[in-house]
Structure formats: structure tokens, C-alpha cells
Design a binder for this molecule. Structure first.
Ligand SMILES: CC(C)(COP(=O)(O)OP(=O)(O)OC[C@H]1O[C@@H](n2cnc3c(N)ncnc32)[C@H](O)[C@@H]1OP(=O)(O)O)[C@@H](O)C(=O)NCCC(=O)NCCS
Length: 288
């Protein structure tokens, strides 16, 4: 095939927005972030042109104090899929990451999405962590009550200390924040706290760290939160707490990211038995 890869230009954006329209039923968040790839000096966005037409895009972003090359936003136009273009882009990105000198490359992808998994494995990446995600819209009359008295706001300057004293909660020393995964260090905690508020739980039932923020999507706003908990009890209290946070922010939609071991709580908590949508998320890594 007659194709070339090159750096993303501002003039490519309309073509890319067009190609994302059919991705994930029109729920693709890429149109909301692609503009920042042009201005953020940590980003190395790439497009693939086939016979002069932009048909694929991907980004490589320096994170974790330039330690990690974060691979994100890989999209191929539906009309040219399954022809090896994503594989070519992925190889190009890994080559760029090596040239830049990153110590490792990382990406997240949905468990349910076979192509990115194959692509990650094909460039020698391995799964190092897993997360579960569910979306839930709540109605007015939720009767579920769970004690969440042990949960309180924590200043960002104290979050790293909590993480360091609870290493079993953070086996890869990473924090999953929406579709990003950051090394747990003070710079990244400060970055997350620019939009999110952190909370801890410390009780006889166990310990937990969570944070939440109002996330604007093309369909509206949602309360997006991540939970790390040491027991189902702490997990469920934290869920209850964030349900109240969503209400306080007048947000009816919630997106919860948590450790997969708490999927069992879905059947125990009546309110959670029906969920809007759910996926598993895999964190892939290759040390370069
Ligand atoms: C995922 C995506 C980028 C793949 O692009 P592509 O150009 O079709 O992929 P390739 O042709 O290079 O195929 C890569 C591998 O995935 C496999 N594959 C591609 N589409 C597949 C599908 N729908 N189901 C199962 N396997 C698939 C290919 O067979 C190939 O595997 P192989 O190396 O074992 O032969 C494209 O489908 C897309 O844009 N999807 C929507 C957005 C998305 O999911 N992005 C990834 C986010 S992490």
C-alpha cells in the first residue's frame, strides 16, 4: 500500500474528527483532546496518510518525568481496517519511543478490544495491571445506605505518604486516572489534584484512597472517580461516598474505576445490579 507516516498538523484535525465519528458509537473522547496534542510539548502525535488521505492517528506522550512513553489515541479509519496499518503505526511509535530515550512504554486498552491487545503483545508489551470500569446513571430514589463516616478529604501533600504506607494497594506504584495511568509520585499527584479531590478511608474495615472530578464529555458531564480499597467493605463505603459527591455536584452520571476484585460487590449492592456499561482495562508495559 502507498502510505507514509508524519507528524500531526492542525490541518489534519477535521479528517481525524471525521474518522472518530464511527468509533465507540460516537462516544470517542479523542476530538476533545486532540487539539492539546498539537500544543503540548510532551506529545509526539503521528498520522498515517494513505494516497494523500489521513486515515490513522496515534500519540506518544512523555509522562512520569519523561520516564514513560505513554501510547494513546490509536485510531484507524473504518474503511481501511484490518490491513496492517495499526501494526505499522505501533511499530513506528515504539521506534520513536526508543529514539527519544524513554525507559518504558505503557498503554491501556479495554479487555474487550482484541486488536489493541494483539498490537501491544506484538511489540513485546506485557499486562502489568488490570482495572474494572462501570458507568452508572442514578435516579432520584436510591435507598442504598452504607456507612461512609470513615472517609474524609485528604490534602494532596499527604497522598504520597498514604500510598507509601499502603504499598499492597498499589502493586505497580501507579494511579489510574480516567484513561491515564501515572506513576505514584508527588508531581503526578499534584497534576491529578488540579482537577480532582482526594479522599482516604481509614477504619477497622480497612483502608482506601479515592479521588473524583467532574468530567465533561460530548454527551454531558459525569462524576468520574477512581477507588483503591483494601476490602469490599471499604470499596462499598467509598462507592456510597462518591454517589453523594455526584449528587452534591448535581451530576447524574458516574464513571467508577476500581480494582477488579471488587466486581463481586456488583451483585451484593442492589443499586449496582444494573449498570449502564462496563469494561475491563488492561495496563500494558514494555521496558525499553
Ligand atoms: C484497533 C484498531 C486501531 C486496529 O486497526 P487496524 O489497522 O485494523 O489493525 P491491524 O490491521 O494492524 O491489525 C492488528 C492486529 O489486530 C487484529 N485485528 C484487527 N481488527 C480486529 C478485530 N476487529 N477483531 C480481532 N482482531 C482484529 C489483526 O488481525 C492483527 O492481528 P495479527 O497481528 O495477529 O494479524 C482499529 O480497529 C480502530 O481504530 N478501532 C477503534 C479504536 C480503537 O479501538 N483503538 C484502540 C484503542 S486502545
Amino acid at each position: 500500500m502507498d502510505f507514509v507516516t508524519r507528524r500531526l498538523l492542525k490541518s489534519d484535525i477535521p479528517a481525524i474528527i471525521e474518522l472518530t465519528k464511527k468509533t465507540w458509537g460516537g462516544h470517542d473522547h479523542l476530538p476533545l483532546i486532540i487539539g492539546s496534542w498539537l500544543t503540548n510539548r510532551q506529545c509526539h502525535p503521528m498520522v498515517l496518510e494513505l494516497k494523500g488521505e489521513v486515515v490513522a492517528v496515534a500519540n506518544l506522550k512523555a509522562i512520569d518525568n519523561e520516564l514513560t512513553g505513554w501510547m494513546e489515541g490509536l485510531r484507524v479509519h473504518p474503511k481501511v481496517r484490518e490491513k496492517g496499518l495499526a501494526k505499522y503505526m505501533t511499530n513506528q511509535i515504539v521506534e520513536t519511543a526508543s529514539e527519544i530515550g524513554f525507559k518504558r512504554i505503557r498503554l491501556v486498552t479495554a479487555t474487550e478490544n482484541p486488536a489493541p491487545r494483539k498490537l501491544a503483545l506484538s511489540v513485546g508489551m506485557n499486562i502489568i495491571d488490570k482495572y474494572s470500569i462501570f458507568w452508572k446513571r442514578y435516579g432520584r430514589g436510591i435507598k442504598w445506605i452504607k456507612d461512609d463516616e470513615s472517609i474524609s478529604r485528604i490534602d494532596r501533600s499527604l497522598v504520597l505518604g498514604f500510598i507509601k504506607s499502603n504499598p499492597e494497594l498499589f502493586p505497580t506504584n501507579s494511579l489510574v486516572h480516567h484513561w491515564d495511568v501515572f506513576e505514584a509520585n508527588q508531581e503526578n499527584i499534584s497534576l491529578i489534584s488540579e482537577e480532582a479531590t482526594f479522599f482516604i478511608s481509614n477504619s477497622v474495615h480497612g483502608r482506601g484512597l479515592s479521588w473524583g472530578f467532574k468530567h465533561d464529555t460530548r454527551q454531558g458531564s459525569e462524576w468520574c472517580f477512581s477507588v483503591y480499597a483494601s476490602s469490599p467493605d471499604v470499596f462499598e463505603s467509598t462507592l456510597h461516598f462518591h454517589l453523594k459527591q455526584a449528587r452534591e455536584h448535581d451530576l447524574k452520571d458516574m464513571l467508577c474505576i476500581h480494582q477488579p476484585e471488587f466486581n463481586e460487590s456488583y451483585s451484593k449492592v442492589k443499586w449496582l445490579k444494573r449498570r449502564g456499561h462496563e469494561i475491563g482495562l488492561l495496563l500494558f508495559e514494555r521496558v525499553l
